[in-house]
Ligand binder design. Structure first.
Ligand code: URA
Length: 213
C-alpha cells in the first residue's frame, strides 16, 4: 500500500476550517467538496490514458484521453457521498458505484449493507471515497469487495487518516494483488477509545448531513 499525504497550503487551510467545531454544515459541505477536488488532482496521477491525435487549427497534435474502461468512483455511504461532487468535477466521465458499509460501534467491525456496483470490475481503476480512515476496517472491507469483483487498481481518497487505521488497512490488504494507494490531506495523531480520529473533525457524516441517530 502506498500512502500520499498531500502537502499543500490550500489543502491545509481548508482542512483547518473543516476541523473547526464552529463550521456549520453548509460551509463544511462546500469545503469538503473543494478539498476533494484538490486531493483528486493528486489521486488521479496514475489514471489510465490512451494516446490520440487531434487537429488543431494549425496542425495535428498528439495528446491523450481517458482509456476504456472508464474509471469507477465508489463513495462509501453515507459520508463518502459528501465527496462525490468534488471528485466528479475532475473526472466527469467516470462511472459511479455505491457501497454502503456500516461499522459496529462495539466491535468496530465493518459490514456491507448495500451495494450498487457492476458485477464484473475486471480491469477497472476504482477511486474509493471515504472521508475518515480511522480503524481501517471499513476501507479494507470495501477494497477487498472491489478487488474480489476484479478491480485491478485502487486509489482511496480520505480527508483524514490515523496511524492505527493505516497499519490495520495494510494488514487487512495482505494477499491483495492489486496496487492500493491512499491519498489524504493529513495524518493525525491517533484514535481515541471510541475509534474517533484525534484531533480529527468529529463524525464526518454528522457534520455533512446532521445527526440522524
Ligand atoms: N468516522 C468519523 O466520522 N470520524 C472519526 O473520527 C472516525 C470515524
Amino acid at each position: 500500500m502506498r500512502l500520499h499525504v498531500a502537502d499543500h497550503p490550500l489543502i491545509a487551510h481548508k482542512l483547518t476550517t473543516l476541523r473547526d467545531e464552529r463550521t456549520d454544515s453548509p460551509t463544511f459541505r462546500r469545503l469538503a467538496d473543494e478539498l476533494v477536488t484538490l486531493l483528486a488532482y493528486e489521486a488521479t496521477r496514475d489514471v489510465r490514458v490512451e494516446t490520440v491525435t487531434v487537429r488543431t487549427p494549425v496542425s495535428a497534435a498528439a495528446g491523450v484521453k481517458l482509456a476504456a474502461p472508464k474509471p469507477l468512483v465508489v463513495p462509501i455511504l453515507r459520508a463518502g457521498l459528501g465527496m462525490l461532487d468534488g471528485m466528479m468535477r475532475l473526472l466527469p466521465t467516470a462511472e459511479v458505484g455505491f457501497l454502503g458499509m456500516v461499522r459496529n460501534e462495539r466491535t468496530l467491525e465493518a459490514s456491507t449493507y448495500a451495494e450498487r456496483l457492476p458485477d464484473d470490475l475486471s480491469g477497472r481503476q476504482c477511486y474509493v471515497l471515504d472521508p475518515m480512515l480511522a480503524t481501517g476496517g471499513t476501507l479494507a472491507a470495501a477494497i477487498r469487495f472491489l478487488v474480489d469483483r476484479g478491480a485491478d487498481h485502487i486509489t482511496a481518497i480520505c480527508l483524514l487518516t490515523a496511524p492505527e487505521g493505516c497499519r490495520r488497512l495494510e494488514q487487512g490488504l495482505e494477499g491483495v494483488a492489486a496496487p492500493v494507494t491512499v491519498v489524504t490531506a493529513a495524518m493525525d495523531e491517533r484514535l481515541d477509545e471510541r475509534g474517533y480520529i484525534v484531533p480529527g473533525l468529529g463524525d464526518a457524516g454528522d457534520r455533512l448531513y446532521g445527526v440522524v441517530g
